[in-house]
Write a protein that binds this ligand. Structure first.
Ligand SMILES: NC(=O)c1ccc[n+]([C@@H]2O[C@H](COP(=O)([O-])OP(=O)(O)OC[C@H]3O[C@@H](n4cnc5c(N)ncnc54)[C@H](OP(=O)(O)O)[C@@H]3O)[C@@H](O)[C@H]2O)c1
Length: 249
């Protein structure tokens, strides 16, 4: 796919992989709209990329995901690509839950799962009008082998991959020009993983973003990056080893 002048919405562009994606996409000539909650980081991003529209939006709020799609489509006069990137990762014990856990569950479900579903419902009719439509879901190796400390995060990523597969069936029949891509990531060095895992083993967000941009230019549907490429081997040959390695997170 040619990205020059492509009209792209990336959610969660104010930090980590999303910020690197904004950088890589604009370098490839795409016109980009992104969103996030943090006003300061949003202003810094807009200053670095004066051509990028940064929407201040909390995707956990009712109606916000559809509004983001509508505002992005209005700013870009349509949409060619949507990257569902924004997410949060919450660590909770379910054996000894701390106060407020129900609110944290609702918030994590809303950002990681409900928002991409609603964004898909709002965006797919627009993407199907494009001759280079692509709908991307940023998922994780933890969708395959979950880690102990973040059960809801892992469950939302697994649900997102299943949703992507079902939507891909719909698109194949009714909007064949749209590609539905799920990107399975390994551990990446971003604020989400600060203080978690072994820093030396983390991929850089710039590398990962550059790879996602190359994926948009190619033809794959399920794309595994870095160490996530080995997951299907563990799934087939040694699932207990995969479970043991990833459960620690
Ligand atoms: N880092 C990893 O190792 C890793 C591995 C596998 C998959 N992933 C996935 O990669 C994606 C990006 O993660 P990251 O590591 O780059 O995380 P990050 O640095 O924490 O960035 C998350 C982004 O999501 C936005 N966001 C969070 N809650 C939001 C809300 N309620 N409304 C709007 N935007 C919201 C944040 O913006 P504000 O804070 O400004 O709202 C931020 O821009 C996520 O889907 C994550 O699950 C990451």
């Amino acid at each position: 796919m040619e990205l020059l002048d492509a009209r792209v919405l990336v959610t969660g562009g104010t930090s980590g992989i999303g910020a690197s994606l904004v950088q890589s996409l604009t370098a490839a000539g795409a016109r980009v709209v992104t969103c996030g909650r943090d006003a300061e980081r949003g202003a810094a991003l807009a200053a670095r990329h004066p051509d990028v529209t940064v929407l201040r939006s909390d995707l956990s709020e009712a109606g916000a995901p559809r509004r983001v799609v509508e505002d992005a489509a209005a700013a870009l006069d349509g949409l060619d690509v949507v990257v569902n990137n924004a997410a949060v990762q919450v660590h909770d014990s379910y054996v000894a839950p701390s106060p407020g856990i129900d609110l944290r569950i609702a918030h994590e479900l809303a950002v990681n799962l409900r928002a991409p579903l609603e964004i898909t419902a709002a965006a797919l009719p627009l993407l199907s009008r494009s001759d280079r439509g692509a709908l991307v879901f940023v998922t994780s190796g933890l969708a395959v082998f979950p880690k102990k400390t973040a059960p809801v995060y892992c469950a939302t990523k697994a649900a997102l991959r299943t949703f992507a597969t079902a939507v891909r069936y719909q698109v194949a029949d009714e909007a064949p020009s749209v590609r539905v891509i799920d990107v399975v990531l390994p551990l990446v060095d971003t604020p989400m993983t600060a203080g978690r895992g072994d820093d030396a083993g983390k991929r850089s967000p710039d590398d990962v973003a550059a790879r996602i941009v190359r994926v948009l230019g190619g033809s794959g549907q399920t794309v595994r990056i870095g160490k996530a490429r080995i997951l299907p081997v563990f799934e087939r040959m040694a699932p207990s080893v995969g479970r043991r390695i990833l459960r620690k997170g």
